[in-house]
Design a protein around this ligand. Structure first.
Ligand SMILES: C[S@@+](CC[C@H](N)C(=O)[O-])C[C@H]1O[C@@H](n2cnc3c(N)ncnc32)[C@H](O)[C@@H]1O
Length: 246
């Protein structure tokens, strides 16, 4: 599910996200697999934090999202930093269509959880497999079932800042393996209020493994997406690196 007005506040409220650490880890993983240059395609790129870092590191970058509002923010940021080498595509990541093959696909900060269930995730994996260079890799993260059930649950979070407030309410729908997220934003400058809702789905690790296998993708490494250490029972996020079965 793509974002609407929340897109304009995404960076403002996302100050805890450590994109430098994430970028550093993903680049290290990709480079360890021999991908030191070439084409990077960031799927569900949002405001482009990862995409611009790869651009600055000398990669050819394609940034894909299907939210008009996110892309609006992304185009403005690209103008600001004059990173015109970053190609921006409006596409549904479950139906990507590329001009050629890609060396490194990335998909981060729960974008996979935003897809609407197993069929959609399978479509994403199938399309990535189709467009990935035979020597390429796909690095993606995913919030775990543990995090949804034990941490996100039915929690409410209030972010009160100078320019805007954001009230965030989770509703766990365990019988459907998903969490409804309702967001209310007050823009203190304009006085406008925005509300939107979206869902994050969660999956058992074995199900993800079977979906990858079905798409002809093989796990090269699977680590904890926060500590970058080994996966534990209570890991909040997985970080996968997968490649094509040869
Ligand atoms: C949580 S944000 C993550 C953004 C970015 N990857 C990051 O690391 O900050 C999820 C993004 O995925 C996008 N998205 C969700 N479903 C999508 C789909 N089916 N196709 C394309 N983009 C999608 C949303 O619009 C949003 O920009």
């Amino acid at each position: 599910m793509s974002y609407k007005e929340f897109s304009y506040f995404y960076d403002y409220f996302n100050y805890n996200a450590d994109y430098d650490a994430l970028f550093g880890k993903i680049k290290e993983m990709a480079q360890s697999h021999g991908i030191k240059e070439g084409i990077v395609c960031d799927l569900g790129c949002g405001t482009g934090e990862l995409a611009f870092r790869f651009h600055n590191a000398g990669y050819d970058v394609i940034a894909v999202d299907n939210s008009d509002e996110m892309l609006d923010v992304l185009f403005d940021k690209r103008d600001e930093v004059e990173a015109y080498g970053v190609q921006i595509l409006k596409q549904d990541i479950t139906e990507i269509d590329m001009f050629g093959t890609v060396d490194l696909f990335t998909c981060t900060f729960d974008t996979v959880n935003h897809l609407d269930g197993k069929q959609a995730v399978q479509k994403l994996f199938d399309r990535v497999s189709l467009f990935m260079n035979p020597d390429g890799v796909f690095i993606f993260d995913m919030n775990t079932a543990y995090k949804h059930i034990n941490i996100l649950g039915n929690e409410k979070f209030d972010f009160i800042e100078d320019e805007a407030d954001c009230h965030w309410q989770n509703t766990l729908i365990q019988e459907e393996n998903k969490t409804k997220i309702s967001i209310n934003i007050l823009d203190k400058q304009s006085g406008e209020e925005y509300s939107e809702e979206f869902y994050e789905c969660y999956y058992q690790l074995d199900d993800v493994k079977s979906m990858l296998e079905k798409a002809g993708l093989k796990i090269v490494s699977l680590i904890d997406g926060e500590s970058f250490g080994p996966v534990k029972e209570d890991s909040l996020r997985y970080l996968f690196m997968v490649k094509k079965e040869q």
